[in-house]
Design a protein around this ligand. Structure first.
Ligand code: ATP
Length: 247
């Protein structure tokens, strides 16, 4: 198996000191792998991803045990901005586009953190438009007037503008029509297969996630209860209905 790019080792996360949201959760994402993090509402998926990018709410949530390494660096000591520079970039749940900016302006904000040489942002923009042609057609439309799918594509495109090695996505399918969800996962897989982009994706939609992932980890009430090859997990319809609700 490929060496781990991200290694989460027995982390515990507590909110307000005493509410334990994760109990010794471990998982790793290999270089070039798509790893799905599955589980019902409140299972701890977002908490895991926030811990990875150091985005837990200041004072109120913290990693109380375990460690997280990205490419050999201890993530616990790094700011989110430094992690982005190292290549660990997260697309938050709910997309978070700037509603009063156009889709293209939103995309360009993704290049701001990088000291790019002249013309680099334009090249990156062209690559994003190649992946999501719909964004090119709508590039002058305000994000606030765009569809949920266009906003999700924009949020992913903006993350791609900072040239990630590991893309972390929190529920990209949320609220989107099945065809749009497929389109987004197809493009994620293409980025993975053609450019070696590693992906960690949290999803309640286990059916789609297991179809595109190489491996998966299932969380239940903050505990990693199941993990392994996505294809093998797909066969386990009994476990699916139990842990994933309607999937
Ligand atoms: P969802 O799909 O609803 O986002 P999830 O699997 O991502 O679910 P989390 O959001 O990580 O789950 O929540 C895990 C647990 O932590 C839940 O019990 C939740 O109530 C709790 N929790 C999350 N954020 C906070 C917070 N800021 N303060 C206190 N408790 C929180």
């Amino acid at each position: 198996m490929a060496p781990a790019l991200l290694r989460i080792e027995a982390i515990e996360v507590a909110y307000q000191r005493s509410i334990v949201a994760l109990h010794r959760v471990s998982l790793d994402v290999g270089a070039g792998e798509i790893h799905a993090l599955l589980g019902a509402n409140g299972a701890g998926k977002s908490t895991t991803l926030k811990a990875v990018s150091n985005l837990l709410p200041a004072q109120r949530g913290q990693v109380t045990a375990g460690r997280i390494d990205f490419d050999g660096h201890d993530v616990g000591r790094m700011s989110t901005a430094d992690l982005v520079r190292l290549g660990l970039v997260q697309v938050l749940e709910g997309r978070h586009c700037f509603r009063s900016l156009t889709l293209e302006e939103n995309l360009l904000t993704g290049a701001l953190g990088r000291s790019a040489r002249r013309g680099e942002a334009a090249e990156d923009l062209a690559r994003v438009y190649e992946i999501f042609p719909r964004l090119k057609a709508k590039r002058r439309v305000l994000a606030g007037l765009s569809s949920g799918g266009e906003q999700q594509m924009t949020a992913i495109g903006r993350a791609l503008m900072s040239r990630p090695r590991l893309l972390v996505l929190d529920e990209p399918s949320m609220g989107l029509a099945p065809l749009v969800v497929r389109d987004i996962f197809e493009q994620l897989r293409r980025l993975n297969r053609e450019q070696g982009l590693s992906i960690l994706v949290a999803e309640q939609n286990s059916t789609v996630a297991l179809q595109y992932a190489d491996r998966a980890t299932v969380l239940d009430a903050g505990i990693a209860v199941l993990g392994g090859n996505a294809q093998a997990l797909r066969q386990r319809a009994d476990i699916q209905s139990f842990y994933f609700g309607e999937g």
